[in-house]
Write a protein of this length. Structure first.
Length: 310
């Protein structure tokens, strides 16, 4: 659906979703007004797809006035990259790709080894380098407070120091939706327009706006194996151990990330309505159920955020 169609569409209006959308558009425009060189972080997952739609609406009929940045681990789902490239072309946006593989090849990073190795932590230095190289003073992300307890501590405008690090004790008050974007050279702000959204809100918005999402969000048959109670996709990046027997199963993904740490779940949800119904009764967040990197320790996400993670 185009922006023009969305604005004219008389489909049943949901006041809650409309209020969340209006807040996110307001935040997006505040970023454009307060910062000189903002960027929109895009993973190709459901939250960043909604974020891209919000940016499209916020500045329509003009083009999105800042680049779309993807931190490419080299271990992405092909379906996600295909959709990323197509959407960027459709919107006429500028895509900036920062590659973890290139950083490894250049000797700037050392890849983890072992059965549970992941490039997820290696995204942080690559992101910080991209921010510094492009002199971005604001990075807009799709994180939500309901995802994980460390993210629940975030402000909408989340201050990062000259090292790109986050300190929850040094965040600024946000009373009456007044956002303080003050910073000096080398510092920047992470901005989260979807902070007050839930996973269910995201899917209801996707359904309302008729947004395309990667096919892996819907039930499909895939070769998987079980590791630490999670179903991991068989891939060249994550081979099964000798005692891990691959099998085919009907699965879908609740979250999109590096293939080495993103788990699938058994599901029969093959339509948006079925996904919404499934999410509505879920009692575990998508990261809690599907991200192996968050199982490393109780404070895994907060530790990564302090280092400069999304």
């Amino acid at each position: 659906m185009t922006v023009e169609e969305a604005l004219k569409d008389p489909v049943a209006h949901d006041a809650g979703i409309e209020n969340l959308e209006a807040e996110a558009i307001f935040i997006m425009r505040e970023v454009a007004a307060e910062f000189e060189r903002p960027a929109l972080l895009f993973s190709g997952g459901k939250d960043s797809i909604v974020l891209l739609r919000i940016a499209e609406k916020a500045f329509w009929p003009a083009k999105i006035p800042f680049p779309v940045v993807h931190i490419d681990t080299g271990h992405n789902f092909p379906e996600v990259l295909e959709l990323r490239d197509r959407r960027v072309v459709e919107l006429g946006a500028r895509l900036v790709v920062a590659s973890v593989q290139e950083a490894i090849d250049a000797g700037h990073l050392v890849e983890e080894r072992g059965a549970r190795a992941s490039r997820n932590r290696l995204q942080t230095p690559v992101l910080l380098e991209a921010i510094a190289a492009n002199k971005f003073d604001a990075a807009i992300g799709g994180a939500r407070r309901d995802e994980e307890k460390a993210r629940a501590k975030e402000r909408i405008f989340s201050f990062r120091d000259e090292f790109g690090q986050w300190d929850p004790r040094c965040q600024r008050p946000e009373l009456w939706r007044l956002f303080n974007g003050m910073h000096v050279r080398g510092e920047h702000m992470r901005v989260f327009p979807l902070s007050n959204w839930t996973e269910l809100d995201v899917w209801r918005y996707i359904a309302r706006e008729r947004l395309e999402v990667p096919s892996i969000y819907f039930t499909h048959e895939r070769e998987v194996f079980e590791r630490d109670g999670m179903l991991m996709a068989v891939s060249p990046f994550l081979p099964a151990l000798p005692r891990e027997r691959p099998f085919r199963a009907a699965v879908r993904y609740r979250t999109v990330g590096d293939m080495t740490c993103t788990a699938a779940l058994r599901s029969e949800a093959s339509t948006l309505d079925e996904i919404i119904a499934e999410v509505a009764v879920a009692r575990i967040t998508e990261r809690g159920a599907s991200r192996a990197d968050d199982q490393f320790s109780e404070a895994a996400m907060e530790d990564r955020k302090r280092e400069g993670y999304f």
